[in-house]
Design a protein around this ligand. Structure first.
Ligand SMILES: Cc1cc2nc3c(=O)[nH]c(=O)nc-3n(C[C@H](O)[C@H](O)[C@H](O)COP(=O)(O)OP(=O)(O)OC[C@H]3O[C@@H](n4cnc5c(N)ncnc54)[C@H](O)[C@@H]3O)c2cc1C
Length: 587
C-alpha cells in the first residue's frame, strides 16, 4: 500500500493546453498524471520547450487522505487522522473553519441542541475549558468554538481554504483519487467527504429573479459584514428552521416585514437563557457519563425529562395537558419525548399537534392569522423548529403573513414579489429556502468511481450507501454523516464523532494489514437501503413532504434519507468492524 507523504511534480492537464508545440515525447505527460521525474529526458533542441514546460508544471500534492470540508466533521477527521499517523489535508471552499457556522450568519442563527451537548467530546481538556454563555449558543459563539478547536489543535496548517473540490476521479490502476479543485489538483489514497448534510443552499428558480433591484440574501450564505435592515421593507421567503429563527430578529429591525409561507411549521419555544456557571460546572463534573447516556438515546440527545413510555392517545385530558404544559414551558426537544408514540401513532401525533395549534391560537391575537400559521400535517415529521418569539412576532402591525400555499410566488419583479395576483414592494428579500440536504454537497463534487460510474447516475433512484459511510463502486471514499446514517436526526456532533472514529479505525486497520482498497458490496448496500426504508416506514416520518425525503428540491428522487435510531446504528458499525469489515471488500 502506498502511504504517500511526498509532493510530486506533475503536469496539469489544463495548464498544459497552452503548450502548443507539444511533441509526442511530451504527450504522455499531457494525458495523465505521470510525474515529470518519470518523463524521458528532453532531447537537445527542445530546451525552450523544456523551459516552457517547467513553467507550466504544477505541484500535484499526494496525500494519504484528503478530507473535504472544515466544519465539525472535517476538523475532527483532520485531527484524528493526523494524530493516527496519516498524512492528511482538508480542502475547504470557505475562507475559514466552522462549516455551517461559517456560512449561516443570519440574524438569530443558533443551535437547537443545547450547547453543552452540541460540542465535541473527544478531548477532555477542551470539554472542560470551553465556557458556553447560553443554553443555545448563537452562531458567532459556535463559530468561535470551531476556530478555537482549529487553533488549539493546530489544524490550520493541514487545511487549504478557498479551495473548492470540483471533481473527484477514482484511478482504478492504483486505487487512488484525483481531486481537482479551483486552483490545484491533488491525489490521495483515500477521500473523506465531510461536506455536510446542510451545506448546499437551495435557491428556487423564481421567474424574474434577476429583475429585482433590491438586495437579495440567502440565510445559508449570509454576508460576513452583516446586514442592517433598519427602515427597510423586507421579505422573508420560507418558514423552515432558519426563517423561524431569523423572522423575530429581522422584525425588530425592519420597518415592514412580509413573510411568504407555503407550509406552516410547528415550532416549540426554545426558552433560551444565559447558562448559569453552576449549571455548566454541574454538567462538566459528570460529562463522561452524560455523554455516554446521550449516545444511548435514539437522537444522541440527552433531555431533561426521561422518555415516557406511555401513549399520548391513551392519556386522560388532565394528565395530557399537564405533561404537555410542563414540556412547553421548559422548552426544547424534551417536548417530543412526552409520549413514546408521537412519531409512530397517527392518533397520538394528532393529539400533540392539536396541542401546539392551541398554543399558537393562544399567542396569535388574530384568529385568521393563527389558523394560517397552524400546520395540519404530522408533527415532528419535518426537522422540528425551536424559536424565540416566532408566533408572537406576527402580532406586530408591521409584520404580515402572505399565504402562498395555493398559487405560490408568481414571479419576482423590479420592485419585489408578485404573488396571488398582488404586487409587494421590498428593499430586500431574504431567501430562507433551505438546502439540497444530504446529497447536494456530495453530488456537487462530480464524483466518478470505478468503471467511470458517476455518483449522480449511481444515485438516480436515490442515495445508495452502506451504513451511510460508503458507496459501492466508489472505493476508498468515505462519507461523514452520509445518507443512510442517523446524521440529521441526531445531535450531529455525536454522529460526526462516531463516523470519524469508525473511519479512522478502519484506515488504521487497513494500514496495519497492508491493504490498499476498501469498497462496499452491492449486496450490503442494497440490504442497507432496504433497512433504512423499513425502519422509516414503521414511523410517521415519511408521511409529509420534508427535506428528509428530498421533497424541497424539484426533480429530486423522493427517498427517506436518514436512518432512525443512533444506538443500534452505532452498534451495527462496531459489529461490522469486529467481523473484519463485513459487507466490504478489502484488497
Ligand atoms: C442553521 C443551522 C443550524 C443547525 N443547528 C444544529 C443543531 O443545533 N444541532 C445539530 O446537531 N445540527 C445542527 N445543524 C446541522 C449542522 O450542519 C451540523 O450540526 C454540523 O455543523 C455539520 O458539520 P459538518 O462538518 O458535517 O458539515 P458542515 O458544517 O456543513 O461543513 C461542511 C463544509 O464542507 C465544505 N464543502 C462542501 N462541499 C465542498 C467542496 N466541494 N469543496 C470544498 N469544500 C466543500 C463547506 O463549505 C462546509 O464548510 C444546523 C444546521 C444549520 C444550517
Amino acid at each position: 500500500m502506498r502511504w504517500y507523504s511526498n509532493f510530486c511534480l506533475q503536469v496539469s492537464l489544463l495548464d498544459a493546453r497552452s503548450l502548443l508545440p507539444v511533441t509526442s515525447g511530451c504527450s504522455r505527460l499531457l494525458h495523465g498524471y505521470a510525474s515529470v521525474g518519470d518523463a524521458p529526458e528532453a532531447p537537445q533542441g527542445l530546451n525552450l520547450l523544456t523551459v516552457r514546460r517547467r513553467q507550466f508544471v504544477e505541484m500535484v500534492e499526494q496525500h494519504d487522505v484528503i478530507v473535504v470540508g472544515a466544519g465539525f466533521g472535517g476538523l475532527y477527521a483532520t485531527y484524528l487522522l493526523r494524530n493516527s499517523g496519516f498524512d492528511v489535508i482538508a480542502l475547504e471552499r470557505g475562507s475559514g473553519v466552522g462549516g455551517t457556522w461559517y456560512w449561516n450568519r443570519y440574524p438569530g442563527a443558533r443551535c437547537d441542541v443545547e450547547s453543552l451537548q452540541y460540542s465535541y467530546s473527544f478531548d477532555k481538556e477542551l470539554e472542560q475549558e470551553w465556557e458556553w454563555s447560553q443554553r443555545y449558543a448563537a452562531q458567532p459563539e459556535i463559530l468561535e468554538y470551531a476556530e478555537h478547536v482549529a487553533s488549539r489543535f493546530d489544524l490550520e496548517p493541514n487545511i487549504r481554504f478557498d479551495t473548492n473540490v470540483e471533481k473527484l476521479d477514482f484511478n482504478e490502476g492504483n486505487s487512488t483519487w484525483t481531486v481537482a479543485t479551483n486552483d490545484a489538483t491533488y491525489r490521495a489514497s483515500f477521500v473523506v467527504a465531510a461536506t455536510g448534510c446542510l451545506s448546499t443552499t437551495n435557491h428556487p428558480e423564481f421567474e424574474g429573479i434577476n429583475d429585482f433591484q433590491g438586495a437579495m440574501y440567502h440565510t445559508g450564505k449570509w454576508p460576513h459584514e452583516g446586514v442592517d435592515f433598519a427602515g427597510q421593507r423586507v421579505a422573508v421567503i420560507g418558514t423552515g428552521s432558519s426563517a423561524v429563527q431569523s423572522i423575530p430578529v429581522i422584525a425588530q429591525q425592519a420597518a415592514q416585514l412580509t413573510v411568504f409561507q407555503r407550509t406552516p411549521n410547528y415550532s416549540i419555544p426554545a426558552r433560551n437563557e444565559p447558562l448559569e456557571p453552576q449549571t455548566q460546572a454541574h454538567v462538566k463534573a459528570d460529562y463522561e457519563n452524560l455523554r455516554r447516556a446521550a449516545r444511548s438515546e435514539q437522537s444522541g440527545i440527552l433531555t431533561t425529562f426521561p422518555l415516557n413510555e406511555d401513549s399520548a392517545k391513551e392519556a386522560n385530558e388532565t394528565d395530557f395537558r399537564s405533561r404537555m404544559d410542563e414540556r412547553w414551558d421548559y422548552g426544547g426537544f424534551s417536548f417530543y419525548r412526552s409520549y413514546a408514540d408521537i412519531v409512530v401513532d397517527p392518533t397520538s401525533n394528532e393529539r400533540v399537534a392539536e396541542y401546539v395549534r392551541g398554543r399558537i391560537a393562544d399567542v396569535v391575537e388574530d384568529a385568521d392569522l393563527a389558523a394560517l400559521l397552524s400546520p395540519s400535517n404530522t408533527i415532528a415529521c419535518k426537522r422540528p423548529c425551536l424559536d424565540t418569539d416566532y408566533y408572537e412576532t406576527f402580532n406586530h402591525e408591521h409584520v404580515e403573513l402572505v399565504d402562498i400555499s395555493v398559487s405560490g410566488i408568481d414571479r419576482l419583479t423590479e420592485q419585489g414579489v408578485s404573488a396571488g395576483g398582488s404586487q409587494y414592494d421590498f428593499d430586500a428579500i431574504v431567501f430562507a429556502t433551505g438546502f439540497d440536504a444530504m446529497t447536494g454537497a456530495l453530488l456537487g463534487m462530480n464524483i466518478t468511481g470505478r468503471d467511470e460510474l458517476s455518483l449522480d447516475v449511481a444515485w438516480e433512484a436515490g442515495p445508495r450507501t452502506y451504513l451511510g459511510l460508503s458507496v459501492p463502486q466508489f472505493p476508498n471514499l468515505f462519507t461523514v454523516t452520509g445518507p443512510g446514517s442517523p446524521s440529521v436526526l441526531t445531535n450531529m456532533i455525536v454522529a460526526i464523532e462516531q463516523h470519524v472514529e469508525w473511519i479512522c479505525a478502519c484506515l488504521c486497520n487497513m494500514k496495519s494489514e497492508g491493504r490498499q482498497s476498501i469498497e462496499a458490496t452491492d449486496a450490503a448496500a442494497d440490504s442497507w437501503v432496504d433497512h433504512v426504508n423499513t425502519v422509516a416506514d414503521q414511523t410517521l416520518y415519511p408521511s409529509c413532504s420534508s427535506w428528509y425525503l428530498g421533497s424541497n428540491i424539484p426533480g429530486k428522487t423522493r427517498v427517506f434519507m436518514p436512518l432512525i435510531g443512533f444506538p443500534t446504528y452505532a452498534e451495527k458499525c462496531e459489529e461490522v468492524a469486529a467481523n473484519g469489515y463485513s459487507g466490504f471488500v478489502m484488497t
